[in-house]
Design a protein around this ligand. Structure first.
Ligand code: 2AM
Ligand code: CA
Length: 271
């Protein structure tokens, strides 16, 4: 019998993820206060895609602590890539989701720590130190912000609240502008706060009715997907194809408006 034959200790991982994300977010807060001194780089040719030494330092911290505590687990991170993806437990983390906000002095950023077990999102923790909010959830055990249970909105029409959105230039505005037109035509309204993880958590919390992003990466949303599912929301087939490594279009929403939003997004959700 090998170590991988044993059921993984989910309790230990869930507790560790909560403490770790909180600690990383406090580290992020310190770096955020010093953001004027951080070295900023642009990823590739796309100038809006920025990364700083803060992203790299927090990811190194998370990766080292996870490897020390759970050496048998795999890892996928935005800044340092993948290791042991065939392991039963794989951590999928974004050290700072909302990097552009972080660097521009806007408070919409967070640390996102997700855990996949046997290929499915199982534990999600999103730490937002600017608002003292720790979102966390575990498959079959509910989702919470601090100690408060999360529940997706009971709305049945987009006109009843706000819908999160986001895009980036390389994806093409044809996947975005038609959606906005349809949303506005139905009396809906959009919000774009710059952090996919936080907007996903807000859908779980019932603060947003739904959230459409033309393209996300798995580290932006894996933790949040656990929260949305546990809060009674619906999610698209984000992991189809090479979704884990390359990302996909993304839609999450409360049950009463998911179909309406999916119709507005149309074929862009599948291409
Ligand atoms: P980041 O801050 O970790 O880069 C905002 O709409 C969301 O898009 C954020 O979660 C942001 O994550 C993400 N994002 C930024 N650049 C991206 C890219 N090139 N591909 C996919 N998502 C991106
Ligand atoms: Ca990031």
């Amino acid at each position: 019998m090998t170590a991988s034959d044993h059921a993984p200790d989910i309790d230990a991982r869930y507790a560790f993820a909560r403490a770790l994300a909180h600690e990383a977010a406090q580290m992020g807060m310190q770096l955020y206060r010093e953001r004027g001194t951080l070295v900023v780089e642009h990823k590739g040719a796309y100038r809006q895609d920025v990364v700083s030494i803060a992203d790299q330092r927090i990811e190194q911290f998370l990766r080292a602590r996870l490897a020390e505590r759970f050496p048998e687990d795999g890892f996928l991170g935005e800044e340092s890539g993948a290791a042991d993806l065939e392991a039963r437990c794989v951590w999928v983390i974004d050290p700072i989701d909302g990097t552009a906000c972080f660097l521009h002095g806007l408070h919409n950023w967070c640390v996102s720590v997700g855990l996949m077990v046997d290929g499915r999102p199982h534990v999600g923790v999103i730490a937002d130190p600017n608002h003292d909010e720790l979102f966390h959830g575990c498959l079959g055990r509910g989702a919470f912000v601090n100690d408060q249970p999360l529940k997706a909105s009971a709305a049945t029409h987009v006109s009843e609240g706000l819908t999160g959105t986001g895009t980036f230039h390389p994806r093409g505005k044809e996947h975005f502008i038609p959606f906005l037109e349809k949303l506005l035509a139905e009396g809906g309204m959009f919000l774009r706060n710059g952090s996919g993880a936080l907007m996903t958590a807000y859908v779980a919390a019932g603060r947003l009715l739904g959230y459409y992003e033309t393209q996300l990466k798995s580290w932006d949303c894996l933790a949040g997907l656990v929260l949305v599912k546990e809060a009674g929301g619906l999610v698209n087939d984000f992991f189809r194809g090479d979704g884990l490594l390359d990302g996909n279009p993304y839609l999450v929403a409360c049950p009463g408006v998911y179909a309406q939003l999916a119709q507005m997004v149309g074929p862009s959700l599948d291409t």
